[in-house]
Ligand binder design. Structure first.
Ligand SMILES: NC(=O)c1ccc[n+]([C@@H]2O[C@H](COP(=O)([O-])OP(=O)(O)OC[C@H]3O[C@@H](n4cnc5c(N)ncnc54)[C@H](O)[C@@H]3O)[C@@H](O)[C@H]2O)c1
Ligand SMILES: O=C(O)[C@H](O)CO
Length: 324
């Protein structure tokens, strides 16, 4: 008999079919308690779980006593209670690598659009303000040859450094938990402690996972250290930044501008002060959102679940130790 799984995300037809070849699939809209209750029998018997963005915590796991593997369509897995999974020896699979280049492209888009005020001035044309030659109040700041500071020199950090170094001739500073020989050799990146990176960078780019250690890593004190001309970019996770402190730093001119793909609360509330600041480019968490990459992530998550439920954890597994 095929193992049963819960699918809580719509997938392209061919991938849905691939899942159905391996598993008995129950598709649900989300993992809210009322949904779980409505499909109680399917949750109670499911051995696998595949989807994204929903919280997978101890309370949900209690409703899934047969669960052996979870597969998220994302590289970040901060919405999973990994300790609770480990305690039950449930595998957690994710989708690193397939999205790296696309997310680095998005970060460069944020760098360029916030420095050159692309969104703001494009809005001015649309509202009929381009009626004569533009003046300095429409000018932006250069990107090329400015210093880029990268906090979190992982897969995406490296792909960003590659773009900034080769494409824009930018000196690269980085902060990470360890020195990265590859970044230093290929991109002449220089390791810095966090405070030095904040003080010296023209662009401060955050590409960190959300963990207990990184929660609110960047707050009032850190914005105060940045240059007044600094542009702050966050494409990691919203709660790594104290958003109130960010708003204050932007409003008080402590930093020049921000480009943001992630927020403390998502979707970003429409009354967020960030949305009324002209020096903010805000994107709706689109880092990996291209047709190609979202398909590849979904395909990777499907393969990951098939592998995990067959005991194969050589790649894309967050906690392979639970089966060793
Ligand atoms: N905006 C988006 O759509 C989007 C898309 C993909 C990933 N992300 C986020 O980006 C994160 C990074 O993805 P990745 O594939 O590069 O992951 P990765 O694991 O390759 O890189 C993360 C890096 O951060 C470093 N790090 C962790 N804690 C740190 C700390 N306290 N101080 C300094 N460095 C620290 C790690 O050592 C690692 O090098 C993901 O976890 C996810 O949260 C966002
Ligand atoms: O972590 C990721 O893969 C992206 O943020 C999409 O959730």
């Amino acid at each position: 008999m095929k193992p049963s799984i819960i699918l809580y995300k719509a997938l392209p037809d061919d991938l849905q079919q691939r899942l159905a070849e391996h598993f008995t699939v129950t598709q649900v809209a989300n993992l809210k308690p009322e949904t779980v209750q409505q499909h109680a029998e399917a949750f109670a018997t499911a051995q696998g779980l595949l989807g994204s963005s929903e919280k997978v915590d101890a309370a949900l796991l209690e409703k899934m006593p047969q669960l052996r593997a979870t597969s998220t369509v994302s590289v970040g897995y901060d919405n999973f209670d990994v300790d609770a999974l480990n305690a039950r020896k449930i595998l957690l699979m994710h989708t690193p690598t397939v999205l790296t280049e696309t997310v680095a492209d998005t970060i460069m888009a944020l760098v360029l659009s916030s420095a050159r005020r692309v969104v703001e001035v494009a809005g001015r044309i649309k509202s009929g303000e381009w009626t004569s030659g533009i003046g300095a109040d429409w000018f932006g700041t250069d990107v090329h040859h400015k210093t880029m500071g990268i906090i979190g020199m992982g897969r995406i950090g490296l792909a960003l450094a590659q773009r900034a170094h080769f494409g824009f001739g930018m000196p690269i500073l980085y902060n990470a938990r360890r020195h990265h020989a590859e970044a230093e050799a290929r991109f002449e990146a220089r390791y810095c402690d966090l405070d030095s990176l904040l003080k010296e960078s023209d662009f401060v780019c955050l590409v960190l996972p959300l963990t207990e250690e990184t929660h609110h890593l960047i707050g009032k004190a850190q914005f105060a250290m940045m240059k007044k001309s600094a542009i702050f970019i966050n494409a990691g996770r919203g709660p790594v930044v104290d958003e109130n402190a960010l708003v204050e730093a932007l409003q008080n001119g402590e930093i020049h501008a921000a480009g943001l793909d992630v927020f403390e609360k998502e979707p970003l509330p429409v009354d967020s002060p960030l949305l009324s600041l002209p020096n903010v480019v805000a994107l709706p968490h689109i880092g990996s959102a291209t047709h190609e990459t979202r398909y590849n992530m979904a395909a990777c998550a499907v393969d990951n679940l098939i592998d995990a439920l067959n005991g194969k954890v050589e790649k894309n597994c967050v906690n392979p130790q639970v089966v060793s």
